[in-house]
Design a protein around this ligand. Structure first.
Ligand code: COA
Length: 376
């Protein structure tokens, strides 16, 4: 088992997170991320299920690559770093990845070395590559100061407007009076309806490919066969993929999850996708896979599917090797100030990530490790 880290000048130290730490870490998380005004039995139940399920009972759990806490000299927990090991491969060679998430330091203990010790301990673990893919500026600064790097290409996001007038209304929404919005809504629907029927309009959807539900076995076969053969790729088995998808399905905060396998008119598999259609009309893509030459067709299918479900705009994180497919389907690219950070001593791994030759979708990252406020 990973042992406790070096005792610091203030007498605190980093050690593996264990089940008995859940109440203290949960309380720290509640205060920092304001998930509840006060502790409650219901919140405690959700936190217990979350920290145990995600960080201690995941299919890849490994004592050597465990989540970490920073314990102060008085025994109180002043910091937490969630860690989930993952299996990947680089040009067919198996490697271990570790994804970090929920990096928190007690507000009164910020600007001390607690954060540095947590991050250093994590990065010096036995994993071949350390990843954080939804990091903010604070984490990025610390990560880079400790020898890690920002994967800029993988930090780009794409967005596809599907109902432009309604999207405009949604953006204005917060500043618009309720009455004005309800007057404008039918007008925007009409404008979007016209835009969807104009010849050569980017808002017109007319795909010829067909789709069917994407079950675990099919997704596993698709992933194993590889989409576009990236040098760095995740390695799943039926158990781990089922666990991951099982975790995604109840994430109701994002809306409903939709997944599809896309075939061409001759029945050949073109690709597949998983996305959420959000309650406010905003969709989020979790994972899209295809051979290079069929990415455009898969995206067109996805956008039509989302449009039919009243999604106003869909967005996701760019996989750089598919940039052309996104550009050909009228996507806009934007930074979300939400960074992918990497650290590795393996030059081949870093080269694959920085050149965009890697399959690192939200399925492989922190997306699946988020704390959901809604019941599960
Ligand atoms: C993100 C978070 C965990 C970072 O903890 P922090 O204590 O604020 O970390 P800091 O960036 O201040 O770094 C600690 C100190 O170590 C110093 N430091 C950084 N790298 C160092 C290095 N390589 N060697 C020595 N010192 C270093 C920093 O300069 C800083 O000191 P300073 O404030 O006097 O400049 C904390 O701000 C937090 O809990 N934020 C809220 C939750 C959050 O946003 N989490 C991240 C989600 S992605």
């Amino acid at each position: 088992m990973r042992t406790a880290g070096r005792i610091t000048r203030r007498g605190g130290y980093v050690r593996p997170f264990v089940e008995a730490d859940i109440p203290q870490v949960a309380e720290l998380h509640r205060r920092v991320f304001q998930t509840g005004e006060a502790p409650s039995a219901e919140l405690e139940r959700r936190y217990r299920a979350y920290f145990r399920g995600i960080f201690l009972d995941n299919p890849w759990y490994d004592e050597e690559v465990s989540p970490l806490v920073y314990e102060d000299a008085d025994g109180s927990i002043a910091g937490f770093l969630g860690v989930m090991p993952r299996r990947m491969s680089i040009r067919g060679r198996p490697i271990q990845a570790a994804v970090s998430s929920q990096f928190i330091v007690e507000p009164g203990r910020r600007s001390t070395m607690a954060a540095v010790h947590l991050m250093k301990t994590f990065m010096s673990g036995p994993q071949d590559v350390s990843i954080a893919d939804e990091a903010n500026g604070l984490s990025r600064k610390l990560w880079e100061s400790l020898g890690g790097a920002t994967a800029l290409l993988h930090s780009i996001h794409w967005a596809r407007l599907l109902r432009p007038a309604q999207f405009g209304l949604l953006r204005m929404g917060r500043g618009t009076r309720l009455g004005t919005a309800s007057v404008l809504r039918p007008v925007c629907r009409l404008v979007d309806g016209v835009a969807a029927h104009l010849p050569r309009s980017p808002f017109r959807h007319s795909v010829t490919s067909s789709s069917e539900d994407l079950d675990v076995e099919t997704l596993l076969a698709c992933l194993s066969e590889s989409s576009g053969r990236p040098a760095l790729r995740p390695e799943y088995d039926a158990r781990s993929l089922r666990w991951l998808l099982g975790f995604l399905v109840p994430a109701r905060g994002e809306g409903s999850l939709h997944k599809a396998l896309v075939r061409d008119a001759a029945g050949q598999v073109l690709g597949w996708y998983l996305y959420y259609a959000g309650p406010a009309g905003l969709g989020e893509a979790v994972h899209i896979g295809a051979r290079h030459e069929s990415m455009k067709a898969v995206l067109e299918h996805l956008f039509q599917d989302a449009w039919r479900r009243d999604v106003v705009a869909l967005s996701g994180r760019l996989e750089p090797r598919f940039t052309a497919g996104f550009a050909q389907t009228y996507c806009l690219f934007h930074p979300r100030l939400c960074w992918m950070l990497v650290h590795s001593r393996d030059a081949e791994v870093l080269q694959a990530i920085h050149s965009g030759d890697a399959m690192l979708t939200r399925l492989e990252g922190e997306w699946c490790m988020r704390f959901q406020m809604e019941s599960r």
